[in-house]
Design a protein around this ligand. Structure first.
Ligand code: PGA
Length: 251
C-alpha cells in the first residue's frame, strides 16, 4: 500500500526564528493527523539543523528543497547530500519548476542529484509538470511523461521505494489557479502508467504521487479523493500551520 503524504515546501520564506516557530506549531498540531498520513516539511537550508531539533520524536519528516549535483569540494554556495543528512534530513525535493525555470535545472542534472540523494540515504520528492504554453498546446501528457522517463527510467525498481513524485502544473503554482481534480487525476494516472511500463504495475502502484499547485484547505479534499492522488506538495498554504494541518486532515 502506498503512503499518503502531505509535504510543505516553504521555499525562500521565513527567518530562522520564524521557521522554528512554524515547525513548533506544525509539531503541536501533528498529533491530530491520522498515522497513515505522513507529514514532511521543507524549510530553507539555513533552518534545517534547528528545525530537525524541533521535529525530533514528532514523526514529522524533514526535507531539503534541493541538493548539489556534486559530492563535495570547491563548489561555492552549494549544499551536498551528506550535509543534508548530517543536518537531519530524510528527504529532498528535486526538480521543482522554480529550479528548472530560474536555475537551469535539467533532467540530466536531476539524474545526478537523484543518484547522489538516494546514495546518501535520502528519499527524493521529484517534481514534474507542464507550463501554461505546453498545456494550451495539449502537450501536458507528453511533457510530464518525458520528464518521468528522462529521470526515473535511470533507476531501479528498488530505488523507486524511496522516490515520491509530485505533479505540479507550473500554471497552478502560486497563482491561486488549481488544476481541477479531473485534470490532476488524469496526469497522475498517466504518471503511474509510465512508471508501470518500466517497473511493472506492482511497483507503480506503490509510488506516492503528490499534487502541488495552489492546494489549500478548501480544495484538498476533492483532490485527495482521486484514486491516483496520494497527497500534496504545498507551497503558500504550508506557511500557516493551521492550513497545513487542515490539508493533512483532508483525506
Ligand atoms: P503553491 O506552491 O502551493 O504556493 O502553489 C506549490 C509548490 O510550488 O510546491
Amino acid at each position: 500500500m502506498r503512503k499518503k503524504i502531505v509535504a510543505g515546501n516553504w521555499k525562500m520564506n521565513t527567518t530562522v526564528p520564524e521557521g522554528v516557530e512554524l515547525a513548533k506549531a506544525v509539531v503541536a498540531k501533528a498529533a491530530g493527523v491520522p498515522s497513515e498520513v505522513g507529514l514532511v516539511i521543507a524549510p530553507p537550508f539555513t533552518h534545517l539543523a534547528c528545525v530537525a531539533e524541533v521535529l525530533k520524536g514528532s514523526g514529522v519528516g524533514l526535507s531539503a528543497q534541493n541538493c548539489a549535483d556534486k559530492e563535495k569540494g570547491a563548489f561555492t554556495g552549494e549544499v551536498s547530500v551528506d550535509m543534508l543528512v548530517s543536518a537531519g534530513c530524510g528527504y529532498t525535493i528535486l526538480g521543482h519548476s522554480e529550479r528548472r525555470q530560474y536555475y537551469g535545472e535539467t533532467d540530466d542534472k536531476l539524474v545526478t542529484k537523484t543518484r547522489l540523494a538516494l546514495g546518501a540515504g535520502l528519499s527524493v520528492i521529484l517534481c514534474v509538470g507542464e507550463n501554461l504554453d505546453e498545456r494550451e498546446q495539449g502537450r501536458q501528457f507528453d511533457v510530464v511523461s518525458e520528464q518521468i522517463k528522462n529521470v526515473l527510467y535511470n533507476f531501479s525498481a528498488e530505488d523507486m521505494a524511496r522516490i515520491i513524485v509530485a505533479y505540479e502544473p507550473v500554471w497552478a503554482i502560486g497563482t491561486g489557479k488549481t488544476a481541477t481534480a479531473e485534470q490532476a487525476e488524469e496526469i497522475h494516472a498517466c504518471i503511474r502508467k509510465v512508471l508501470a511500463d518500466k517497473f511493472g504495475a506492482g511497483v507503480a502502484d506503490d509510488v506516492t504521487i503528490l499534487y502541488g499547485g495552489s492546494c489549500k484547505p478548501s480544495n484538498a479534499r476533492e483532490l485527495f479523493a482521486c484514486p491516483d492522488i496520494d497527497g500534496g506538495l504545498i507551497g503558500g498554504a504550508a506557511l500557516n500551520a493551521d492550513d497545513f494541518i487542515k490539508i493533512a486532515l483532508s483525506f
